[in-house]
Ligand binder design. Structure first.
Ligand code: SIN
Length: 543
């Protein structure tokens, strides 16, 4: 079946929904999401959204904190753009009904602090900020007659003018929408659009342990790469220092705001250890804290370290962190009386589809934002709570660009595109083919491409991944598509891209720490690593 609209958005988190609400003022919007609309990383975000709101804060301070965290490779113009837009975008969210915590009813916002921030600047809704934002955005989208949401619809690949035989000679390629799998019926539909937007979130599921929801399989980046878009900085995978360590818990995050409110990291013997690693102690940036914990665990042989907030009044802890308090209680930990066992886990992809300041990718009519994009804001390491901010700012930037292009877009007719051709594909009879590859990739990435890397392990993993990637590609040809097969193909692509990018960067910087090159080498490496299918890697200077 064919569906057509002015805008196709893939993903239902803060980035996709914020853009949908704005784009609907121009034309018709179709939003596809592969599970239910609430299944997004946004919905799980605990910490908050950073913006300069306090009298003792300034744009310059937020900019400097972001640049310092980004380890010398942030795009300074983008950092300024995002930071200076923060207060306006936050007001828009509040106007939609997002209830951030206030100091007292009707008074100023209650701002919290996280690692790497020199001021309190994080607006939050208890420890359920993302859930509150998602609730409001979904409610607004649901009541908008120009927005149609397709749940259980999993994007497979982008529809390109070249593949459809519709590219004008000499004009280059452009994106015409996407092929999308209806997970319930198994049918693959064409979703055509004048503008396609990738907001599929991150790729934490490439790793065995992650704070991400199950949907985080790098779909947007993998699809964009296969379509010929440039992707950048994929070696910079952020590991969150504090994920609950409990065999029964499924990767539950303990927000950095716990440290922002005074929580301390301690070892099994009860000794604090962060001061040994950084003068900012427990509030150092995430790359430093995750590496410190990794070192403590490797040295001691212990299973976890601990996050201790027992010195704070129990009532404060229960009120400020109701979600964390209740969830830990389920696993038998009363955080007002006991330290919380924690370990690092894959959390955020700082690289992604390379975009400009308006959210445009290198393929015309294809945009990317949110965790799917590499806008230049995060550089080598994302500052905590800058990601929800980046998503709303780039949703706005992209909307402004579409508004500008609207007379041309509006006048365009949509060409007839070919239907999905399943070839000789048959129904898969042995799903173990998928689950086995899935497990292999995630284990390899965890053990070989984690917080601390080495040339030896990177070269071994590249050799081991190659046949798996080939095998998965063969499954993709041989079998009728299922959501599991689509996701497997995407994590295989992402694993391969992360390893290729990590092998290119011959230095340690931000989140990419490699024992063979322990120093940051600014003379040679203040660059982005850029990959494009079928081409040699490109190294893009930062300034
Ligand atoms: C957290 O609450 O620690 C996560 C916030 C973020 O990743 O920015």
């Amino acid at each position: 079946m064919d569906f057509a609209s002015d805008f196709l958005i893939i993903g239902s988190g803060i980035a996709g929904l914020s853009f949908a609400l704005k784009a609907a003022t121009l034309g018709t919007v179709t939003l596809v999401t592969k599970k239910s609309r609430i299944d997004s990383a946004t919905n799980l975000a605990q910490g908050g959204i950073a913006a300069v709101l306090a009298a003792d804060d300034s744009f310059e301070m937020h900019i400097q904190d972001t640049l310092r965290a980004g380890a010398g490779i942030c795009n300074q113009d983008i950092v300024r753009l995002v930071v200076e837009n923060g207060p306006d975008r936050l007001k828009e969210l509040m106007a939609l009904g997002v209830a951030f915590n206030q100091k007292e009813q009707g008074a100023t916002l209650d701002l919290t602090r996280e690692g790497g921030h020199s001021a309190r600047r994080i607006a939050h809704a208890f420890d359920l900020t993302g859930h509150e934002i998602e609730r409001c955005l979904l409610a607004s989208a649901a009541s908008n007659p120009r927005i149609t949401i397709f749940e259980n619809h999993c994007a497979v690949d982008l529809l390109l003018a070249s593949k459809a035989g519709l590219a004008d000679p000499g004009e280059g390629d452009s994106c015409l929408g996407a092929y999308v799998l209806d997970s319930m019926s198994g049918a693959i539909h064409t979703f055509q659009a004048k503008t396609t937007v990738l907001c599929t979130g991150g790729c934490g599921k490439v790793y065995l342990y992650t704070t991400n929801p199950d949907i985080a399989t790098g779909d947007g980046v993998a699809m964009a790469y296969r379509a010929g878009a440039k992707v950048a900085n994929l070696e910079f995978v952020q590991f969150h220092p504090t994920c609950l360590f409990d065999p029964k818990a499924k990767n539950f995050l303990i927000s950095e705001a716990v440290r922002g409110e005074g929580g301390r990291l301690i070892n099994k013997a009860g000794q604090p250890f962060m001061a040994k690693y950084d003068s900012r102690g427990d509030l150092a940036t995430r790359d430093t804290v995750a590496r410190a914990i990794d070192n403590e665990l490797k040295t001691s042989g212990d299973d976890s370290v601990f996050l201790d907030i027992t010195h704070k009044p129990a009532d404060f802890v229960k009120t400020r962190f109701p979600n964390i308090y209740q969830t830990c209680l389920v696993y038998g930990i009363d955080i007002t009386r006991q330290p919380i066992p924690v370990v690092p886990a894959a959390h955020y992809m700082c690289g992604g589809v390379l975009t400009d300041a308006m959210g445009r990718s290198s393929i015309p009519n294809l945009y990317a934002f949110g965790e799917t994009a590499c806008t230049g804001l995060h550089g080598g390491n994302r500052l905590a709570s800058n990601s929800l901010l980046e998503a709303v700012v780039f949703a706005h930037q992209s909307f402004r660009q579409c508004q500008n292009d609207w007379p041309r877009l509006h006048a365009q007719s949509q060409p007839k595109v070919p239907q999905w051709d399943p070839g000789q594909a048959a129904r898969i009879k042995e799903c173990v083919l998928i689950t086995h590859n899935w497990d292999q990739i995630r284990r390899l990435m965890w053990n070989y491409v984690g917080i601390v890397r080495s040339e030896k392990r990177l070269s071994l993993v590249q050799a081991r991944l190659a046949p798996i990637v080939k095998e998965v590609d063969q499954h993709y040809q041989d079998y009728l598509l299922t959501p599991d097969l689509v996701e497997l193909r995407n994590i295989a692509t992402m694993a391969d891209l992360i390893v290729s990018s990590a092998r290119l960067r011959k230095e340690s910087r931000g989140l990419h720490y490699i024992v063979d090159y322990p120093r940051q080498n600014d003379e040679e490496w203040r660059k982005y690593t850029v990959l494009r299918q079928g081409e040699d890697p490109e190294f893009l200077p930062v300034d």
